[in-house]
Design a protein around this ligand. Structure first.
Ligand SMILES: [Zn+2]
Length: 137
């Protein structure tokens, strides 16, 4: 059963639980993406505005560190061990590179967006001078 947008008692959902599945970090039901990596404007179930989300290069960074570099190491290993012709790399190294780098992008982006919501991460702001003065007293 879908909850209304004004219902305040949303369950606490793990960013892993929602983000990896590409679901809304607040209700866990609405879809986070339209297309492969484009975020929707709002949740189609609870109405959460996704404009807070800005994972920037985060998904690409994680893919580069944990998938792309091992894939390139694999390609280099194949090259140094077997010295194959180019077509061997086209049927071994290229598929390994594509399979390890492209599919993880979406779940990683979903996880980062859900983590931003869960931990209430946002850009830092400078405190207003009036607030600083009252806080020091
Ligand atoms: Zn939602």
């Amino acid at each position: 059963m879908a909850k209304s947008a004004f219902q305040a008692d949303w369950p606490v959902l793990s960013p892993l639980q929602t983000g990896l599945r590409g679901r809304c970090p607040r209700c866990g039901e609405g879809r986070l993406f339209h297309g492969f990596l484009n975020l929707r404007d709002t949740c189609d179930v609870c109405g959460l505005d996704y404009r807070f989300a800005d994972p920037a290069d985060g998904p690409a960074f994680f893919v580069m560190m944990f998938a792309c570099i091992p894939s390139v190491v694999f390609a280099l290993w194949v090259e140094t061990q077997f010295e194959p012709t180019l077509w061997v790399h086209l049927v071994t190294s290229l598929p390994v590179l594509l399979i390890t780098c492209i599919p993880p992008l979406r779940p990683l982006k979903g996880w980062l967006v859900a983590s931003q919501f869960f931990y209430k991460a946002e850009e830092g702001r400078l405190a207003a001078p009036a607030l600083k003065a009252t806080a020091a007293e």
